[in-house]
Ligand binder design. Sequence first.
Ligand SMILES: NC(=O)CC(=O)C(=O)O
Length: 279
Amino acid sequence: MSKFKLALVQLKAGLDKKENVSRALQFIKRAVSEHQAKVVSLPECFNSPYGTQYFAQYAESIPGPTTDALSAAAKEHQIYLIGGSIPEISEKKLYNTATVFGPDGRLIATHRKVHLFDIDIPGKITFQESAVLSSGDKFCTFDTEFCKIGVAICYDIRFAEMAMCYANAGCSLIVYPGAFNMTTGPKHWTLLQRARAVDNQLYVAGVSPARDEQASYVSYAHSSIVNPWGEVLVEADETEQIIAADIDTSLIEQVRNQIPIMKQRRRDLYTLDSPLMRL
Ligand SMILES: NC(=O)CC(=O)C(=O)O
């Protein structure tokens, strides 16, 4: 059983990459000083605007200037830092990639968005990440002294199977840096976080960029933290801010004992074992 403070930084990312990174660092400092956070997450594409036209222009290799800054921040504040995501370039391919740094500043995990955001809702939104990005082909979990944590990015949240694999691997919390939009966000963003939390009886956090009405892609924002009952513990509005909540792993045990779906699974009828999760 353990308890720790998780803080999410709902950052407003603009066109100036250096400015985005430097503001992210200021917010990380505040998350620690004002909320005593032990785990901090930034949003999807925190060092660039979100959009297929931006990925190549803002892409960096990992390690690179942005992730070097994250590593130093994690070490300075002695926290686990989930670096939202950044456009990554590797061997001429572009990825939407999250990095995770431990309290010693070491890169302990990376996640390349596995499910690319390709949708077409006529008259509302058409988006095709796969026109520019390549998808990742690995899952991402990391261990802390508090619990095991899973990371996935935005559209990945729509795939219940992935969250189940993370739960099956022992995660107590799944963090989704994500930038839902003004069409799908109001309908699905919080609902999906609550659904993944209830399906798996664990904590779920969604961390979004703040809304910028002038941007070509307008983020819904509303970062939130949901408990294993599927209750929203804290939810941001659309503005730039930090939200934080206690993650208490004893509640997971309690819920799983009271509603024991984890033990009642009919594994003779279906499988949850991904080869990626044989850790
Ligand atoms: N931006 C995304 O990756 C996902 C999204 O906005 C949605 O699923 O809706």
